[in-house]
Structure formats: structure tokens, C-alpha cells
Design a protein around this ligand. Structure first.
Ligand code: URA
Length: 437
């Protein structure tokens, strides 16, 4: 049995190096035991392999996300995938394969947590000799601190910040990114305790902090909520309460520039509905009328959806309705504005806001209407006809349900087919109602 002890939970370089040696030496996944040992114990020499091999960029990107999952089996699962890829298998095409699905689930959960951390993180300004340090506290569900800190440091290179978590701390001083030991939650139960703990311990903490990390930034992408430029008046809530008011997020979203769609659109169309709704419906993007009125599903697709909901016994006023993309994407044609389907980068950019809504509402069920919504939610291309009508568990424990988009019913060419598709849509909505009863 070959034992491999990595130096920390996100030891990407260690895992890569070991994987390379083990593959080249022909050590099968069943014969490898992976562990993490930060004190250097449990080290074992790696076998010497000869030759070289490479894996696809998409597998590297997937692995660099999945390795951040808080799941002890991840090193082994990833090694299994690389082993099979090296044997010539197109593993990533095998979306029904259990190992591939497990790794994709982990990567999806990491991506969601990465966004969540950026959404939740708020900073306390701490005056230092010649600058202000922004001090943040967060308890990540996965090991996303290092990759997120790299991104935040790059984006706000002119600022100084420290982010503390139970897993570790990240410190950026405008030149170097360093990592320190974690801090237990009970030590810093609120802002005041966090501040006084920081004042008492930061010198020692920073003295022992180690430099750098090398988790590739594949897919770590997009914007980070900016630390405040000046000290806010009064206490900063740390972290922002997950059940905090949605109107706060709505307010922030009204200024969103995460992708180029804000330019031609009239306004951001945020979701609407009660904050305690147990079902959250997701459409594609606002249409022409929604863009002008500023509310989701008020045009023709909304009318057909309302009718179907009523028939299925769902009161629209009790559910939360939103879109995967919050700006109307269109092509001007004369006086008309013709709907254009949003593309993957736009969906990805807007996932930030969908995450905010999902985290704040924690609905029992999330209903994706149509391919764009399903893609935003599941993080992969979805064939609606194949996956509609049944609960699908999401990696973060929420449950999704896929159905058609109501505007599909407006495009069905003949009457019989329209009636049939409408009945199927109502049947899906009845299943939705049954699932949350
Ligand atoms: N189509 C959608 O997906 N959302 C709307 O809000 C309107 C039409």
C-alpha cells in the first residue's frame, strides 16, 4: 500500500506531484491511501516513475475546484479520474459515471461556497499605523479561503485585509498573500470579541504566517464585494446574516455591472416574493415587458405561468419568483427588441445573485423553468425533457426540480400539442405543490 500525506487540506501541488509519480509508477488507485498531515509526520517516499503524461485542461480545472471540498474522499476520487484519463478514457464525457458525478458534485459545491463566501463576507475596519486593515470573519463550508483570498487580493490589490476562518487566516498587505492558523468560532463570537482578539494576537499571527498558495484560479472568476473605502458609521455586521433582508441585496443588484447586459437593459429585474417562501421559481431572464416594468414574469409568459399555477393550486403570492439572469438580453430590430438567449458567461456572472437569493431564502424546493434556469442551478448543460418532473438533490442539500419554461408553451406549433404540453406543465406544478406540502 502506498501512503501519501499531503501537507494541508488544499495541498494542490502535493497532490499533483504525488499523482504524477504514482501514475508514472503504475500504482493503481486501490493501492493508494491519501491523508493530510500538517506536522510532517506520516511522510512516505513516493515511487519513482519514468516518462510523462498529461491530462486535459478541463480535468485540471475540475480537480482544482473539487480539491477544495470538505470531503475526505476527494484526493482518492480525483486520482481515480486521472488514472482512468491516463488510460485513454474520456472520463468527463461520462456524465452517468458515479465517480465523475461525485467529483462534479464536489466541484459544484465548492463553486457555490466560493460565491457564498464572497456574498457573505463583510469587513471591520481596523486602523493601523499608516493604513486601514479590513478584517473579515467567515466559516466556510469548504476549503475555499485560499483561492478566494487570491482573488480578493488581486482585485483589491491596493487594500490591506485579513480574513479569519476556523480553517485558517489569509492576510494581504498590498504585496504578499500569507496564510496563518485558524481561529475557533467560540473565540470570536461577535464583532467586539473579534476586534479585541485581533488586537491581542495579530502580531504573533502575522509573524508565523506562511507565504503563498498555488490553487489555480480556474473558475474562481468574477467580482468580489468591495471592502468599504472608508470606515462605516456604527458596527459592521459580521458576517452579513444569511437571513438578512433581501431588499438589501436587491438594492445592490440594481447597480450590477457583473456582465455587459446592464448596458442596453432598462433596469435590473430582481426576484420577488415572500422571504419565507418554501418554493423558489427560476426563469431565464426578464422579457421586454418585465424589463420596462421591473418585475419578473408579468408579460405573456407570466400570464400563462399564473394560469398554470392557479390550476395546480399554487398561489403566486406565496412563492418567490426570479430569473437566472437579471437583465433583459435583446437585439434591437426596428422598434422591436428581440429576445436573445443569455450565454454561459452571463449566466455564470449572474449566479452570484441567484446564490444570494438561494442563501437568504433557503427554500425547500427550487424550480428551474427551462434550460437556462436549469443550467444556472445545476451548473451544467441540462436536457429539460430528460430531467423534468422529479426532485434532484443539489450538492448543498437543497432540492431542485426541472420543468419547461412557460414561454415554450407559447411556441408550440399546433393546438393539440399546446394543450398537451400545458397539461404536462400543470402536472409538474402539482408535483411541486405536493413536494412542499
Ligand atoms: N421569461 C422569463 O424567463 N422571465 C421573465 O421574467 C419573463 C419571461
Amino acid at each position: 500500500m502506498q501512503r501519501v500525506a499531503l501537507v494541508n487540506e488544499t495541498d494542490w501541488e502535493g497532490w499533483r506531484k504525488a499523482t504524477r509519480s504514482l501514475i508514472l509508477a503504475g500504482v493503481a488507485p486501490e493501492d493508494v491511501r491519501w491523508s493530510v498531515s500538517s506536522d510532517g509526520e506520516d511522510r512516505h517516499p513516493l515511487p519513482e516513475g519514468h516518462g510523462s503524461f498529461g491530462v486535459s485542461r478541463s480535468l485540471v480545472a475540475l480537480a482544482s475546484l473539487a480539491i477544495q471540498a470538505r470531503d475526505a474522499s476527494r484526493f482518492d476520487l480525483l486520482y481515480r479520474l486521472v488514472w482512468r484519463a491516463n488510460a485513454g478514457e474520456g472520463v468527463l464525457q461520462k456524465t452517468d459515471d458515479e465517480t465523475v458525478r461525485q467529483v462534479q458534485r464536489l466541484a459544484f459545491a465548492v463553486r457555490a461556497e466560493t460565491h457564498r463566501m464572497r456574498t457573505m463576507l463583510r469587513y471591520l475596519p481596523v486602523p493601523e499605523k499608516d493604513r486601514t486593515r479590513y478584517l473579515g470573519w467567515y466559516e466556510p463550508a469548504h476549503y475555499v479561503l485560499e483561492a478566494n483570498a487570491q482573488l480578493i487580493a488581486r482585485q483589491f490589490s491596493g487594500l490591506t485585509f485579513s480574513i479569519l476562518t476556523p480553517d485558517g487566516g489569509a492576510h494581504w498587505d498590498n504585496a504578499e498573500l500569507r496564510f496563518s492558523a485558524g481561529v475557533a468560532r467560540r473565540t470570536v463570537p461577535d464583532d467586539e470579541a473579534l476586534l479585541s482578539w485581533w488586537r491581542a494576537h495579530h502580531e504573533r499571527l502575522l509573524r508565523h504566517a506562511r507565504i503563498g498558495t498555488a490553487i489555480p484560479e480556474a473558475e474562481q472568476l468574477d467580482e468580489v464585494p468591495r471592502p468599504p473605502d472608508r470606515a462605516p458609521v456604527g458596527p459592521v455586521v459580521l458576517p452579513l446574516r444569511p437571513d438578512g433582508p433581501l431588499h438589501e441585496a436587491m438594492q445592490e443588484a440594481s447597480d450590477c455591472r457583473r456582465c455587459a447586459l446592464y448596458g442596453p437593459a432598462t433596469q435590473t429585474v430582481f426576484g420577488e416574493g415572500p422571504a419565507h417562501a418554501s418554493v423558489l421559481f427560476v426563469g431565464e431572464q426578464p422579457g421586454d415587458q418585465e424589463d420596462v416594468i421591473g418585475r419578473p414574469f408579468v408579460g405573456p409568459a407570466g400570464q400563462i405561468m399564473d394560469r398554470a399555477m392557479e390550476e395546480a393550486g399554487i398561489d403566486r403570492r406565496t412563492v418567490y419568483i426570479t430569473n437566472a439572469v437579471k437583465h433583459f438580453k435583446f437585439e434591437p430590430r426596428g422598434k422591436r427588441r428581440i429576445h436573445k438567449t443569455p450565454e454561459a458567461p452571463e449566466i455564470q456572472a449572474c449566479r452570484f445573485w441567484l446564490d444570494v437569493e438561494l442563501i437568504r431564502l433557503r427554500p425547500k424546493l427550487v424550480v428551474a423553468m427551462g434550460g437556462t434556469a436549469a443550467r444556472a442551478l445545476l451548473g451544467r448543460a441540462v436536457t429539460v425533457t430528460r430531467e423534468r418532473g422529479r426532485p434532484i438533490e443539489l450538492p448543498d442539500g437543497q432540492t431542485a426540480f426541472v420543468t419547461v419554461h412557460p414561454s415554450f408553451l407559447l411556441r408550440v406549433p399546433d393546438e393539440d400539442a399546446t394543450a398537451r404540453e400545458y397539461r404536462a406543465f400543470v402536472a409538474d406544478l402539482r408535483t411541486v405543490a405536493g413536494l412542499v406540502d
